[in-house]
Design a protein. Structure first.
Length: 109
């Protein structure tokens, strides 16, 4: 299993609205071939909020369905342009250790 991690930053006052938008986008990806699940993290520090998304994929080949040929490049949406004050333009991929039998379900909420 592969974990795909990305970080971006919003104004602290916009964090909840951005997180809600990300949750909606994650729900729209339910059933995407090769996608196992997602994790969404947020921490507020002063006037900014750091947002981390981690999506879980069956393999690096599965990531190509989302990202195309350049899987290390972040994929952005209009929501990102609306809320982000800073963003990583690349993503990191990690092998999930001990992934045998691990499943991270997509939340329905």
């Amino acid at each position: 299993m592969i974990a795909r991690m990305w970080r971006g930053w919003t104004k602290a006052k916009d964090a909840e609205a951005y997180m809600n938008g990300l949750r909606k986008r994650i729900q729209e990806q339910v059933g995407m071939p090769g996608k196992v699940g997602s994790l969404l993290l947020c921490r507020r520090t002063g006037d900014r909020a750091e947002v981390v998304t981690i999506s879980f994929w069956e393999s690096l080949e599965s990531v190509h369905a989302l990202a195309g040929d350049r899987i290390d490049q972040a994929v952005f949406y209009p929501l990102d342009d609306e809320f982000l004050v800073d963003r990583e333009t690349t993503v990191s991929h990690f092998e999930v250790g001990g992934s045998e039998g691990v499943a991270i379900p997509l939340s329905s909420a």
